[in-house]
Design a protein around this ligand. Structure first.
Ligand SMILES: N[C@@H](CCC(=O)N[C@@H](CSS)C(=O)NCC(=O)O)C(=O)O
Length: 261
């Protein structure tokens, strides 16, 4: 088992991809960091954030395959899950937000108004998603898709970057209105301008890493430390195969995952 240890708000946390729910859940409502959930087929991270006093909560990028696990966890923790947000219209997996709404009364789905997808809340730049005394502020960070957003916690101690910025990487730009130039601008102007020690939580990781910081990525990201011209060349030559589920995932996610499941 591989563990990554780091300190957040004076609490020593151990996170591993295999045991993160068990290890982290006991901290979920008592210290300042998200509950980190992992879906292993698509290597997607789902994040659950809750306000200790009111128990109001927000879930970010939940996946269809892990719907039951996530709903059970919300119920076990006694949370009032208010909003299920997608950081963008995913191409590699189907979101569970549509079906989650059927299982959790009062839950609203949210996605960027530029995504072309249906949801209860069409997010705009600067909009706030409130849970108890906390909120996430929407920062539009297009480039991987037109409708990509980064969600920043009110005190800027953490941000959820979706596929705009991955750990030592970034989202591909070869489909779904992808643009390396826009992505470069988004990351440099809207993510790298956050505080150095702001924790960054991506939507995916393919190497077993869990979180990074603005300072680390500004220094060590092999793509985004390059100049714009070099970055565009790298992105135009990634030659990645299309995600296996792209043909079902994109149409499904345009209706919040409510396709013929
Ligand atoms: N093999 C996976 C898809 C992997 C992939 O393309 N990941 C995307 C994010 S999901 S659209 C990406 O942007 N990757 C960037 C990179 O540098 O790897 C599958 O078949 O689903």
């Amino acid at each position: 088992m591989r563990f990554i240890n780091f300190i957040v708000s004076e609490v020593h946390i151990q996170i591993s991809r295999k045991t993160c729910t068990q290890d982290i859940n006991k901290w979920g409502l008592t210290s300042k960091h998200p509950v980190i959930l992992f879906e292993s087929q698509s290597c997607t991270y789902t994040y659950l954030l809750a306000d200790k006093a009111s128990k109001e909560a927000v879930i970010i990028d939940p996946v269809l395959e892990t719907l039951e696990r996530d709903v059970k966890l919300v119920q076990e923790l006694g949370l009032n899950l208010k909003v299920a947000v997608n950081t963008h219209c995913h191409a590699d997996h189907i979101t569970s937000t549509g079906l989650m709404k059927k299982k959790i009364a009062g839950l609203q789905s949210a996605i960027s108004k530029h995504s072309g997808a249906k949801a209860d809340i069409q997010l705009s730049d600067g909009e706030k998603i409130t849970f108890g005394k906390h909120h996430l502020t929407v920062r539009e960070t297009p480039g991987h898709t037109n409708g990509c957003v980064t969600l920043v916690l009110n005190d800027e101690s953490m941000a959820f970057t979706g596929d705009a910025l991955l750990i030592r990487g970034c989202g591909r730009t070869d489909f779904q209105q992808g643009s390396p130039k826009r992505l470069y601008q988004s990351v440099h102007e809207r993510i790298f301008t956050l505080p150095e020690d702001c924790l960054l939580y991506p939507a995916h990781d393919y190497k077993g890493q869990t979180a990074t910081t603005v300072g680390e990525e500004r220094k060590h990201n092999p793509r985004l430390t390059k100049n714009l011209e070099e970055f565009v060349k790298i992105m135009d030559n990634l030659n990645l195969p299309n995600p296996k589920k792209i043909d079902v995932a994109v149409p499904a996610n345009l209706v919040c995952g409510l396709h013929d499941v």
